[in-house]
Write a protein that binds this ligand. Structure first.
Ligand code: 5IU
Length: 238
């Protein structure tokens, strides 16, 4: 983030490999992270994952597969390492719901820790009416503390959910848009300033706001990178 002066993660929610790679190449200079939903890709082969990994090395970003694991430890271990997608082999970062309890963290860790990957927990969500709040959020933070920073590095959350004396967790935040407030399907958008400056989050996740206008992908990525980084620098000055 410091090296590239960016706290922007672009969410590449399109369904064709070529389109994913095209967007990634365009946004790469402006991002610290690229987020995927690999199970929406219609023409997936492991070549896509290998090319993403190569681009991540060359263009200096982290790959975050937004898998939202949610099963018992033994099952998520298999879902993470095996199947068609072999997520653990190419995705530096993935995430998990805490509904199943700490076994999900241990199960994923058995695969991801030896590979040098990292996990974040869903402490909150951006969608209207979601159930991740209050005691649930607090328990997610407690599970991260108990897991240790060598595996669980932070949260998906809408505000700074950790405490000042916690390890240096990352707060990664979806539901970010500069032009619209919602999508008619429950998504709720806030601006980079609201997310990073007002709510103290670290990384902004932007999807449709960047890739929807095919002719303006790079310029929109630059616009969000500038807004996100400015909000961060302003917060440091406060
Ligand atoms: N995403 C959310 N909200 C959440 C979580 C994940 O929007 O609480 I956890 C994902 C869904 C989508 C991306 O892949 O982040 C946001 O995309 P848009 O910026 O297009 O809404």
């Amino acid at each position: 983030m410091e090296r590239k002066k960016t706290n922007l993660c672009v969410s590449v929610d399109v369904t064709k490999s070529a389109e994913i790679l095209d967007i990634v190449r365009q946004v790469a200079p402006y991002v610290c992270m690229v987020k995927t939903h690999i199970d929406i890709v219609e023409d997936f082969t492991i070549d896509l994952a290998n090319e993403l990994k190569r681009l991540a090395d060359e263009l200096d970003f982290v790959i975050f597969e937004d898998r939202k694991f949610a099963d018992i430890g033994n099952t998520v271990e298999l879902q993470y390492s095996a199947g068609v997608h072999k997520i653990a082999s190419w995705s530096h970062l993935t995430n998990a719901h805490v509904v199943p309890g700490p076994g999900i963290i241990t199960g994923l860790g058995a695969v991801g820790k030896p590979l040098g990957n990292a996990l974040i927990l869903l402490a909150e969500m951006s969608s209207a009416g979601n159930l991740a709040s209050g005691e649930y959020t607090e328990k997610a933070v407690q599970m991260a503390r108990e897991a240790g920073l060598d595996w669980v590095v932070g949260f998906i959350a809408m505000h700074r959910v950790d405490k000042a004396d916690d390890p240096d967790f990352l707060v990664i935040t979806p539901g970010v848009g500069l032009d619209v407030k919602g999508d008619g399907r429950g998504q709720q958008y806030r601006t980079p300033h609201e997310v990073v400056y007002d709510s103290g989050c670290d990384v902004i996740i932007v999807g449709r706001g960047i890739y929807k206008n095919k002719d303006a992908v790079a310029s929109e990525a630059k616009r969000y990178q500038e807004a996100g980084w400015k909000a961060y620098e302003d917060r440091l000055q406060r």
